[in-house]
Design a protein around this ligand. Structure first.
Ligand code: KG4
Ligand code: ZN
Length: 384
């Protein structure tokens, strides 16, 4: 079954064709994030305008060979990720899947109204998708290799979603959400907990702004943190790990931002604020956020005695987070507090951030087609 996915919930305009929820035929993402950089975050009005301009070219690219691109392609001013493995014609599409929420209303409407028009014109079923659930299904898309612990021994095998073991804990850490889910099987998702205030990605973005680093904050902070790690500079700053020891599966990241504001002010008053101390803040911010994400996910994995941990969302692109999850798997395994057969699954980096391949994959596993007339964008769609 070939599903055309459409994603426009934030500042990306994306279209992809995925077969049987796992095999990418095409995956096109145009992002206006470099334009948003000037403003230090997403300006909803600008995001929606760019999406109106780019939705048709992005769809055209996802459905035909990229060699059809015009020299003055309207999306050429946008950052582009193009993956066209096979050419696929609109007549070969079995259904259209579209993100209906949560997200920015102006942005969501671009995707939803386009999907409805296509469903009507092509007479195809349409499948509404929850953006947060879709992040999880990026884990089901075929890519590279998977690392599994079998009786404490690490094994590496080619990835196939058929090899994902259940029950599983799924962490979604993005710019707007930090959520934990229990998956009893590939179609059964139960929400366990989430952030009470800022999301993990939001914390990266807001703290990056405080440190005068460019948007999006996650990659900027990761880059500065990496420089600090090799700098031999004496480490002095300590930030809190909010809620890390609390016996629940919720998160809170707004206190971290407040702590950074306070500490930066202190250093500025003492005339000790410089490029080196900024890098230290970047490093410690990344350590604090990743410590909490790993601790709470492992707590959930222990509580439900799961066989897999699936990570997703833009923050799952973070190398340090992946490193810490890998370490946890090995140390916890030896202490037998986690299942002896435990998998850590992470999508390729391009599939962590917003894309339409995950929308098509989610639709395949989770959602039902509906009448196009009944679909509406819902910016506050619940994740539960
Ligand atoms: O999933 P996503 O693309 O969009 C939302 O649904 O929000 O996530 C975007 C978020 C941003 O906050 C960005 O700073 C963060 O993901 N992010 C990262 C990294 N790449 C993107 N955070 C930490 N490390 C990264 N490498
Ligand atoms: Zn997202």
């Amino acid at each position: 079954m070939k599903i055309l996915g459409i994603e426009t919930s934030c500042d990306e305009t994306a279209a992809a064709v995925v077969e049987d929820g796992a095999n990418i035929i095409s995956n096109i993402v145009a992002s206006s994030s470099h334009i948003q950089q000037k403003y230090g975050g997403v300006v909803p009005e600008i995001a929606a305008r760019k999406q109106v301009e780019s939705i048709i070219p992005v769809l055209t690219e996802s459905l035909s060979s990229s060699s059809n691109l015009q020299p003055h392609h309207p999306t050429s001013h946008l950052k582009h990720l193009t993956l066209q493995l096979r050419s696929v014609h609109a007549s070969q599409i079995d259904a259209i899947a579209v993100t209906v929420g949560p997200g920015l209303i102006g942005s969501l409407l671009v995707g939803v109204e386009t999907a409805k028009a296509l469903a009507f014109a092509w007479n195809k079923p349409i499948i509404p998708v929850n953006h947060i659930h879709a992040h999880i299904y990026a884990n089901f898309i075929s890519h590279g290799q998977m690392v599994t612990l079998l009786n404490g021994q690490k094994t590496i095998q080619p990835f196939s979603h058929l090899a994902i073991l259940f029950p599983a804990i799924a962490l979604v850490a993005s710019g707007g959400h930090t959520e934990l889910f229990l998956m009893k099987n590939e179609r059964d998702i139960k929400w366990l907990g989430g952030t009470l205030d800022d999301a993990a990605g939001e914390a990266f973005d807001k703290i990056a702004k405080l440190l005068s680093l460019p948007y999006p904050g996650g990659p900027s902070i990761a880059a500065e943190a990496a420089k600090f790690r090799i700098s031999n500079f004496e480490f002095r700053i300590k930030l809190p790990r909010p809620m890390i020891y609390e016996d629940n599966l919720n998160f809170s990241f707004s206190g971290l931002k407040t702590a950074v504001i306070r500490e930066v002010e202190k250093l500025k008053t003492m005339k000790q604020w410089n490029n080196e101390t900024m890098k230290q803040f970047a490093f410690e911010t990344q350590e604090a956020i990743t410590d909490v994400l790993v601790a709470k996910t492992v707590k959930a994995a222990q509580k439900y005695n799961v066989k897999s941990i699936l990570i997703s969302g833009g923050v799952a692109a973070n190398t340090r987070l992946r490193e810490k999850f890998n370490q946890q798997l090995t140390t916890h395994n030896t202490s037998a507090s986690l299942s002896a057969d435990l998998q850590l699954i992470a999508p390729s980096v391009q599939l962590c951030t917003d894309n339409a391949a995950a929308i098509a994959a989610c639709a395949y596993f989770l959602n039902k087609p509906v009448n196009w007339k009944t679909i509406t964008a819902n910016p506050n769609l619940s994740v539960e």
